[in-house]
Write a protein that binds this ligand. Sequence first.
Ligand code: DOR
Ligand code: ZN
Length: 433
Amino acid sequence: MGKRILLKGAILVDPSQEINDYRDLLIADGKIIDIAPSLEIYEDDVEVIDLEEKVIIPGMVDLHVHLREPGERARETIEDGLTAAIAWGITSVCCMPNTLPAVDNYMMVEYIKGKAHQANLGHLYTVGALTKGRAGQEMTDYASLIDAGAVAFSDDGNYVDNGLLMWNIFKYLVPFRKLVVSHCEDSSLVGKGVAHDGYYASVMGLKEIPRVAETVAVARDTLLAQATGGNLHIAHVSCAGTVEWIRWAKENGIKITAEVTPHHLLLTEECLEGFNTMAKMRPPLRSESDRQALLEGIRTGVIDIIATDHAPHKWEDKDCLFEEAAFGVSSLDYAVSLLLTELVHPGIISLDELVNIYSCKPAALMGLPAGTLCKGAVADIAVLDLHAVDTIDSNKFYSRGRNTPFDGRHIKGKPVMTFVEGELKMKDGKVFK
Ligand code: DOR
Ligand code: ZN
């Protein structure tokens, strides 16, 4: 047995075991080997870490990030994206295939795995492209992508407009038991739209993306999943109507899950004021009533998980005309702190619920060995200081993407240590590679 680590004196919040109480954790060989209200071990090879007044949670699991490699290293690299994740308590991420070229074959998955291995930080899983080149015309070779390690399939960034193709994709993937992650925006209804079709788009003269661009797409995929028995996961839900559709689908036994981003949970179209390109993303920020419906969606479990849709961009791609700016928010930095500050501290959801929807459930959904700190589990751990305060400063981001609408916000609560497979990878903001 290698060196053992004893985490002492913290409160463990782990919904997978229904624990919210004092627990000491003993770690060896990358795993949790003991867990008890109090562990006393006086042996030379045990490093004791005193975590009084801290909270231990299973590391967060983010199923939707864009790490831009290969092809767009100026926006992000796998190493920098994983550094941001580790710095902010996120120990597993799934990266989307809209890179250049797209992740649509075995070698591409191998390439990403190699980069993640080199980075030696958190766990990186790959979502393979649903269609070749993400062009929406032809299926990729799912068996070979799965062989290489793909955990799910998506053309994220694009909707697969061809209904017949999508029908075949759902049917084909059923025996593989892999999720089809759908970016639900009907392209003809989005058109050249750049913002929600509400008050702000109309006074600012911006082309609109109506809610129905999303709901129509969700409706089709939901019905296709019902007809084929396919496993549908709806990416980044933005409006109340979608929440209603998902509720209906779940009540009718359709195999459907859904995610929401921190920005859709915390912001509205108001952020567009002053042609703020940082608030431009797809789907767009919508109205306060939509935001309330999304919050209700996570409280009731209609929306299963939180995922950031971390979408880093170059500064010049945001520092330009609104119409020309890139879509997306760089989100891995500070996501956990924002959720603690805006949802947990005001009592909108409990810390247990946050850990459940941003760690336990995402891991279970994707079948990843994470999201739990039960005996025998992989020791992927975030240690939180719920009282630490800070101000968001995009200049201090670990990600290459500094594009955030949250700059200057005050936060309360942050990860102060992150362990991956029992190894300390971050302490007080310093990341160890
Ligand atoms: O805002 C977005 N940015 N939405 C997406 O679906 C894709 C993403 C990106 O890749 O930049
Ligand atoms: Zn995305």
